[in-house]
Ligand binder design. Structure first.
Ligand SMILES: *Cc1c(COP(=O)(O)O)cnc(C)c1O
Length: 475
């Protein structure tokens, strides 16, 4: 397709500016441009067609099935976009006097209240802009807690090998030594190894639950108890709350701090990297360390409170406010019963696909999964030379986005599928049939599968070069 610069014709425009109604003034010479600005000049229809064509080059949730595991790429209700576009929300300035921003502050306060009810936490901040950013905030809270008690020997964070990759990265970023704990064959934390790992240096544990193989750890109460008895605090990676909301609460399972991915579970579209919100909830004991600008309700309306021993600001002002408006819309729309049903459907859909695919390929763990499951194509690769990547590429020709590949690292030739709750039985059946067909083809005609995809604008770019040396400039 043509670049927008190649479509440009000098003098063409789609701006209809009103007549100038003030005297014209010349710019001071030193501020004036010496060369003309090289911007594309297009009519509105050419501009519209350009972006429509660009849209068709990528696969989005609105195009078809998008089962990217660990990402919760679900269809998000359009009403969320409507509410967050209301002028009262978009026209506000972060430095406005608080008495003129009471509605927006009520949004933050109400969303906090509801999400604390969902998670079993006492307070929440919306400053962090992403899940990983929320983890970093939460682990800094744990660090501040120990330091405030003069307990400076606690320099280790325990992270099971089934954790999301951001967990060990976060602990290291926050200055902790990462202690890895293995999982057993059932996908759950090895309790004996955990007991051996804790001690006077344990600052805390970061648990991804459901973990990256889609399993709810059946020993979760024992795990949090082991950490508490050793003097540590428990961090819950709640990015996967889509599997459990409305059914169990991390706050009731011994967790002291949690992050949520509002852009996953609570309905903000997040393809292409943003915007997000990693709301961090914690128990009363960590409240004195919260980031700045926490909204509280007083007799005279809403106001901001800064915690006495705050870890400081994690982001300017109040985080990505529009994401919180979307989350609140979703929460109020569904209600507590609706949230529970959404999770139940997400879990049902994943198990439906898991059971349908199980006769055709190895599933990484036995038994019921949560909102996602992991296939291991190790045997297929050995038998046919067709890899997990080849199968993922072949799915593109069926109008589906590939699942997450080669993650989690503890499963060989992994494909991780998260169907989400909004997909119909028909879509799930189509997806299963397509995967079964690809697996059969891999055995009959492996070269054919290895040559896919045939239907996309780009087939198999060199992923390392594309990530390390992206060419983003027009030359
Ligand atoms: C997505 C995810 C994260 C990281 O969230 P970002 O918003 O991408 O930073 C952390 N943990 C788990 C389990 C996740 O699925």
């Amino acid at each position: 397709m043509k670049l927008i610069f190649e479509r440009s014709v000098a003098g063409r425009s789609c701006a209809l500016l009103p007549e100038c109604d003030v005297p014209q003034a010349a710019l001071p010479q030193e501020l004036a441009r010496t060369q003309s600005l090289d911007l594309p000049e297009l009519s509105e229809i050419d501009l519209s067609r350009h972006y429509t064509e660009l849209c068709k080059q990528v696969h989005g949730v609105n195009d078809g099935f998008y089962p990217l595991g660990s990402c919760t790429m679900k269809y998000n209700p359009a009403v969320n976009e409507e509410t967050c576009s209301l002028p009262g929300f978009t026209g506000i300035h972060p430095l406005q006097p608080v008495h003129t921003a009471q509605g927006c502050m009520e949004v933050l306060h109400t969303a906090e209240d509801l999400l604390c009810q969902v998670t079993g936490m006492d307070v929440m901040t919306f400053q962090p802009a992403a899940g990983a950013h929320g983890e970093y905030t939460g682990v800094l809270l744990i660090k501040a807690y120990h330091q405030s008690r003069g307990d400076t020997a606690r320099n280790q964070i325990i992270v099971p090998d089934s954790a999301h990759g951001t967990n060990p990265a976060t602990a290291a970023m926050a200055g902790f030594k990462v202690v890895n704990v293995p999982s057993g064959a059932d996908g759950c934390v090895d309790l004996e190894a955990l007991r051996k790992a804790v001690g006077p240096n344990t600052a805390g544990l970061m648990l991804t639950n459901p973990n990256t193989v889609g399993i709810f750890d059946k020993n979760i109460l024992e795990i949090t108890d082991i950490i508490h008895k050793a003097g540590g605090l428990n961090y819950y990676d709640g990015a996967n709350l889509n599997a459990i909301m409305g059914t169990v609460r991390p706050g009731d399972m011994g967790f002291d701090v949690i992050h949520l991915n509002l852009h996953k579970t609570f309905a903000t579209p997040h393809g292409g990297g943003g915007p997000g919100a990693g709301g961090v909830g914690c128990k009363e004991i960590l409240k004195p360390f919260l980031p700045q600008n926490h909204v509280i309700k007083t007799e005279n309306g809403f106001t901001f409170e800064n915690a006495p021993q705050s870890i400081g600001s994690m982001k300017a002002f109040y985080g990505n406010f529009g994401v919180v408006v979307r989350a609140l819309t979703y929460l109020l729309n569904l209600g507590m019963a609706g949230l529970r049903e959404a999770s139940q459907m997400a879990v049902l859909n994943a198990n439906y696909m898991r059971v349908k695919l199980a006769p055709h390929c190895k599933i990484a763990t036995d038994g019921i999964c949560m909102h996602e499951f992991v296939m291991s194509l190790k045997d297929l690769l050995k038998e046919t030379g067709v890899s997990a990547k080849d199968v993922a590429k072949a799915m593109l020709d069926y109008g589906m986005h590939p699942p997450t590949m080669y993650f989690p690292l503890i499963v060989e030739e992994a494909l991780m599928i998260e169907p989400t709750e909004t997909e119909s039985k028909e879509t799930l059946d189509e997806a299963c049939n397509a995967i079964i067909e690809i697996l059969a083809q891999a055995k009959q005609d492996p070269e054919r599968v290895k040559a896919t995809p045939h239907s996309t604008p780009i087939g198999r770019p060199d992923e390392v070069t594309a990530a390390r040396n992206p060419r983003l400039r027009y030359q």
